[in-house]
Ligand binder design. Structure first.
Ligand code: EPZ
Length: 430
């Protein structure tokens, strides 16, 4: 199993190209199930989760053609991929596939909308929390679907004539359930109004793509999304938006190690709240023609309290990275996680590097220390793993991050991007 070995202490200087967003690419790929025409996606990041979802879509009958030519050769492996689902050959998404990646559960929306039925394995829990699917099921039931749970599978059946538009208010904001509801409603009869919808940029990206395919969606990015159903969707060409979590992660790395880095191909509007918080810690952040410039010179890191919230609040997907930064702050900060009940798996591992963190329910109290010291660490999810990489970059000596497959799920060419900016990071294969 691969590991990442980091020799800490170097400030970061240079340019880091930001890849297409994983969490936009996944629902966009799933949207290809809604049409028999070709959906072409540009700037698809080269990640294990994307490869995994390709296998799942292939199982449903999606023909996938990856451009041989690498797009933006210098900047990453992000590619243009063509997805064509002439016919859906299987409406079942089996346990073996869905259990590996939660987002694959989202195929339930398009399968149900296009074929009138879907049998999708329950995704089960994961390292960051129980993550139920009740909101998905309630939302689809509001569109007329009959839902039954049997042997660990959700069996969903649309009424004769297909799903029917309706007004539905989510009792809690969910990114995935909003994606699914929006996709399902595109082919429903009549108008669907989704209230208390998630407002993440990835929701807007999916709505833009669906509209390019002929859907009639308005209000994406606000709390209320209206979808007027159409009888069929066509193909389209769409560019995946930049990854705001990757952007925030590298910004925090620079804020922690010091240095001067331009994050290319991204923009501040995707993560205003997190950038404001980073400024409060002492980093200078400016928009450039090509992206964002992050500078931190000499001064200490100020402690800042943070509470994770749905967009436009501080993202839970940056909580672990921010905690890494706060371990070196000149004082005490409090970090409260409100989205997932168990997203503190990095705390014990950061402690191995010398961090002082105590947990009380959903809040972590982080007492900044003047130095971290390298150690072997491992994490059980993607964002926690990268928080350890960031901490390792700022720690004295050698840090070895185990279970690198978590990083490969969501960070394209991580070692290369960091190494080009002067970090000492290498992948060690056994
Ligand atoms: C998406 O997950 C992201 N995944 C997550 O990123 C991200 O952390 C999360 O949104 C929150 O921003 C993708 O986009 C692929 P939710 P999702 O439904 O859609 C509860 C990463 O590291 N809930 O918005 O699964 C749920 O348990 C990943 O890239 C229900 O109670 O998140 C959680 O507490 C990790 N019932 C809250 O809602 C439901 O039916 C928000 O989850 C659905 C969700």
């Amino acid at each position: 199993m691969d590991r990442i070995r980091i020799t800490g202490g170097n400030a970061l200087h240079g340019i880091i190209p930001i890849s297409g967003a994983k969490n936009a690419a996944l629902p966009l790929m799933i949207a290809s199930l809604l049409t028999s025409d070709t959906l072409t996606l540009e700037n698809v990041p080269h990640l294990a989760d994307v490869e995994g979802l390709m296998r799942i879509l292939g199982n449903h009958g999606v023909d996938i053609a990856v451009n041989g030519r690498r797009e933006r050769q210098e900047e990453g492996y992000s590619r243009t991929i063509h997805f064509t689902c002439r016919t859906i050959v299987d409406t079942t998404a089996p346990y073996e596939l869905v259990s590996k990646m939660r987002a694959s559960f989202w195929v339930i929306g398009p399968l149900l909308a296009r074929e009138g039925r879907a049998r999708v394995s329950l995704p089960g829990g994961c390292a960051i929390g129980t993550r139920p699917v009740d909101l998905f099921l309630e939302g689809l039931a509001a569109l007329g679907a009959e839902i039954e749970i049997d042997g660990g599978y959700v069996n969903a059946t649309a009424p004769k004539g297909g799903l029917v538009g309706n007004r539905y208010r989510f009792p809690k904001v969910s990114v995935g359930a909003t994606h699914v509801m929006m996709m399902a409603a595109t082919l429903a009869r009549g108008t669907t109004v989704i209230e208390n919808a998630a407002r993440e940029p990835e929701i807007v990206d999916l709505a833009n793509c669906l509209n390019a395919m002929g859907a009639r969606i308005s209000g994406a990015g606000s709390k209320t999304i209206t979808v007027e159903g159409v009888t069929a969707l066509s193909g389209a060409r769409h560019r995946v938006l930049p990854d705001r979590i990757e952007t925030g992660t590298y910004a925090m790395a620079v804020a922690m190690t010091g240095g001067d880095v331009v994050l290319e191909g991204t923009n501040a509007a995707l993560l205003d709240n997190a950038l404001d918080i980073l400024r409060q810690t002492g980093a200078e952040i400016t928009a450039t023609e090509t992206g964002l410039r992050i500078v931190r010179n000499g001064h200490g890191i100020h402690p800042v309290d943070v509470v994770t919230e749905p967009f436009p609040g501080f993202p839970t997907d940056l909580q672990a990275q921010f905690m890494a930064l706060m371990t070196r702050a000149s004082g005490v900060s409090h970090i409260t996680e409100t989205i997932f009940e168990n997203r503190f798996m990095h705390v014990q591992e950061l402690a191995r590097l010398g961090a002082r963190i105590s947990l009380s329910g959903q809040m972590a109290r982080v007492e900044g220390v003047s130095r971290l010291k390298g150690a072997p660490v491992m994490a059980t999810d993607l964002r926690a793993s990268v928080s350890l990489v960031i901490a390792g970059l700022a720690a004295e000596g050698e840090t070895v991050v185990n279970r690198v497959y978590h990083l490969d799920r969501g960070f394209e060419r991580l070692e290369e991007k960091l190494t080009r900016c002067g970090a000492i990071v290498e992948r060690v294969s056994e």
